[in-house]
Design a protein around this ligand. Structure first.
Ligand code: PLP
Length: 446
């Protein structure tokens, strides 16, 4: 089919996620193939994948080992249900996940997206308290600006105003604690003070409400869709300690941060945080297939383990839960981590990125550069000194990413913060090219 026809049909039939279709119709893009860190559109234009195809690609596109693992599995079976029956790749992957994750986590419950893994975490925590005879613990506490996905449960612990305000009456009510946002803090600029104040406010909420709180949801060390905001040192550990003190389950969302993105296999390792429940998705299959998982402790698992007639069963599942192709892809993905010492390599790449971004710090319209491993947010502002943002309606971030696309690189902004999250496999040269394109685009649009 010719390219114009495809473009026409994409506008005629598709409705794309998180996309104002009027924007898409003005600048349509249809990807046809990929190779390494490059994506190729139907006209043969190549783009560096500066957002890891939405924060998930690890080893690049068309990785031979992952492709072969999927093909090999396909010759055995593509899918059979996990309801009441297991399958070989799902068993092997569960064992591997438990081996890699914090010590406290012993059980794996599969799903198919980051949001569903969070949805499951919420329901699991809620039912846990019912099953052990504390049904009054029903509420959740979350952080300002949190993002945990788009299902109704996940948005109920979400706090990104622009995404969530329209659904307010549809969501269950969560208690909200402040996020220790260092760059955007209105009054304080000392990191330690910001951390301590936020922990004090969290403790005040827990003190008052702990008897009715089932769990606290928290993105691991960095808030992603809320603007790439990194917690000050010690805050995350403080949250863990407070949850323990007030008998509230700590639900850590590693959907965006898991599998090496922050320079450790999981971001919890930076502060040795041991969650009661941890959600993983995105990088789990190297960015190839939709698999996600909710990991939990033996104690929580045991609370559901009883005679059927006790009605303690976790009545939750999806048709494609534990899909064999996805689990086989994930196993192949994780083998590459081990063989190539990928986590150590991310340390080297983190330093390369840091050096490449250093000269941008003095740019008059770059207010802040936030980097955690291979996750970066470059915040554009109208006035550097006062941190005054550009006018919202000017869409400077969006226009910058459109310009980057013209120059040969894809990413998406969060407001006026440019997300730079390359695949872990990106070479030094490729990282250099990406930063070059980003700098040029920023220069043009600001
Ligand atoms: N949790 C976090 C921290 C995320 O960043 C995301 C997606 O970006 C999600 C959950 C939702 O994941 P998914 O898009 O796979 O539903």
């Amino acid at each position: 089919m010719n390219q114009e026809k495809l473009i026409e049909k994409s506008s005629q039939y598709l409705w794309l996620p998180f996309t104002q279709m009027k924007d898409y119709d003005a600048d349509p893009l249809v990807i046809e193939s990929g190779e390494g860190v490059y994506l190729r559109d139907i006209y043969g234009n190549e783009y560096l994948d500066g957002y890891s195809s939405l924060w998930l690609n690890v080893h690049g596109h068309r990785n031979e080992e992952i492709n072969s693992a999927i093909k090999e599995q396909l010759d055995k079976i593509a899918h059979s249900t996990l309801l009441g029956a297991s399958n070989i790749p799902s068993i092997l992957l569960a064992e591997k996940l438990i081996e890699l994750s914090p010590e406290k986590l012993k059980r794996v419950f599969y799903s198919d997206s980051g949001a569903t893994s969070v949805e499951i975490a919420i329901k699991m925590a809620y039912q846990y308290w019912q099953n052990i005879g504390k049904p009054e613990k029903q509420k959740f506490i979350t952080l300002k600006n949190a993002y945990h996905g788009d299902t109704v449960g996940a948005i109920s612990v979400g706090q990104v105003d622009i995404f969530h305000r329209v659904y307010k009456s549809l969501m269950f009510h969560s208690l909200v604690a402040p996020f220790p946002d260092v760059y955007h803090h209105a009054e304080l600029d000392d990191e330690d003070e910001i951390r301590d104040t936020a922990l004090l406010e969290l403790e005040a909420i827990l003190e008052e409400h702990h008897h009715e709180i089932a769990g606290m949801t928290v993105e691991s060390l960095i808030q992603g869709a809320g603007g790439m905001n990194i917690m000050p040192k010690g805050y995350f550990k403080g949250v863990e300690q407070l949850c323990k003190k007030y008998n509230v389950l700590l639900i850590v969302d590693e959907v965006a941060t898991g599998f090496g993105r922050t320079g450790k296999m999981f971001a919890v390792e930076h502060e040795d945080v041991q969650p009661d429940i941890m959600t993983v998705a995105k990088g789990i299959t190297g960015g190839y297939l939709p698999i996600a998982a909710t990991l939990t402790t033996e104690e929580i698992y045991e609370a559901f383990y009883d005679d059927y007639t006790s009605l303690k069963t976790f009545f939750h599942g999806h048709s494609y839960t534990g899909n064999q192709l996805g689990c086989a892809a994930a196993l192949a993905n994780l083998e590459i981590y081990e063989r190539e010492n990928l986590i150590e390599q991310t340390q080297v790449k983190k330093a390369i990125i840091q050096n490449l971004l250093e000269p941008l710090k003095s740019h008059p319209h770059i207010g802040d550069i936030r980097q955690l491993g291979m996750i970066c947010g470059i915040e554009l502002v109208a006035y550097k000194e006062s941190k005054k943002p550009f006018l919202w309606e000017d869409r400077v971030g969006y226009r910058t990413t459109l310009k980057m696309r013209e120059l040969g690189m894809l990413t998406r902004p969060i407001g006026d913060t440019i997300v730079f999250m390359p695949p872990l496999a990106a070479s030094g040269k490729e990282l250099e090219k990406m930063v070059e394109i980003m700098s040029e685009a920023i220069e043009i649009t600001t």
